[in-house]
Design a binder for this molecule. Structure first.
Ligand SMILES: Nc1ncnc2c1ncn2[C@@H]1O[C@H](COP(=O)(O)OP(=O)(O)OP(=O)(O)O)[C@@H](O)[C@H]1O
Length: 255
């Protein structure tokens, strides 16, 4: 399968407030795969995801999509290519869930155009996928944390971008919605999308991710096939806590 929507990170470094937050990152995040960015608090996962989304520019090196630096892409082109699900969706955005999800269609619309039937269908379908269609008329501040999280995911789905980046998307979700989301992400990858998520739940990563990248103190400790990356020895060294994953990584189960 052609890998035109793979993200390629080369020799990337990022500094803020006079200190390096990321150094020497080289990483391939292929299309048609679910990749998990893992590591302890403060390792640099969100910072790396923001650089992949083009929300910040690297101090050195580059994150490229289809050969182009994401930080230098025109914002509209970037929004057509990359959908972003933040860690927390603020409750004080004065929109209903339906209006917020419809924002995902903006990169596909003309400046003053009204939403097309295709835009409306994409919005409805995205709400239905996350089981939020019954809440479409509710304001965001009238939703629970998990419901708001599902609305943020729906906006990214409505965007229909080939790359989807998610920062701890299972954070506020109950068990069923965590697993439903992971199955959805696998389905999106099977359709050819590049799916990259920051996760703290190593069992979920082992169960659903194809690829894993393990960050520690701003450096990439290991990356590649999830089964090979998530070894007890490496996890003990990075998390400084013994971890033995109950679920074998999916490549092991598939074998
Ligand atoms: N704008 C900033 N200025 C200075 N330091 C920052 C900035 N943003 C993040 N940091 C620091 O960079 C480090 C990495 O932060 P980041 O949010 O990427 O970590 P993370 O791996 O996502 O952590 P967590 O699991 O706790 O969410 C942290 O030590 C954080 O305090």
């Amino acid at each position: 399968m052609p890998d035109t929507h793979a993200l390629k990170v080369r020799d990337l470094a990022y500094h803020a407030a006079g200190r390096p937050l990321l150094q020497d990152i080289c990483l391939d995040l292929p299309a048609s795969r679910v990749s998990a960015l893992l590591g302890p608090n403060g390792a640099g996962k969100t910072t790396l995801l923001r650089l992949l989304a083009g929300l910040a520019a690297p101090s050195r090196g580059a994150a490229r999509l289809a050969g182009q630096c994401v930080s230098r892409m025109d914002a509209r082109r970037r929004a057509r290519l990359i959908a972003w699900v933040p860690q927390h969706l603020p409750a004080d955005i004065p929109l209903t869930a339906g209006e917020f999800v419809a924002l995902g269609r903006m990169p596909h619309q003309g400046a003053f155009a009204r939403p097309s039937p295709a835009d409306k269908t994409a919005t409805q379908e995205a709400l239905a996928i996350v089981e939020m269609e019954a809440h479409a008329a509710k304001r965001l501040d009238a939703l629970s944390g998990g419901e708001r999280q599902r609305v943020a995911i729906a906006r990214a789905l409505a965007q229909q971008a080939p790359v989807i980046l998610l920062d701890e998307p299972t954070n506020h979700l109950d068990l069923r919605h965590q697993h439903r989301l992971q199955l959805l992400l696998r389905e999106l990858a099977a359709q050819g999308k590049t799916v990259v998520q920051v996760l703290h739940d190593l069992a979920l990563a082992a169960e659903y991710a194809d690829q894993a990248a393990l960050l520690n103190a701003g450096r990439l400790e290991a990356a590649g096939n999830a089964r090979e990356v998530l070894t007890p020895e490496r996890l003990l060294a990075v998390y400084r806590w013994p971890v033995r994953l109950a679920h074998p990584p999916r490549q092991a189960r598939a074998a």
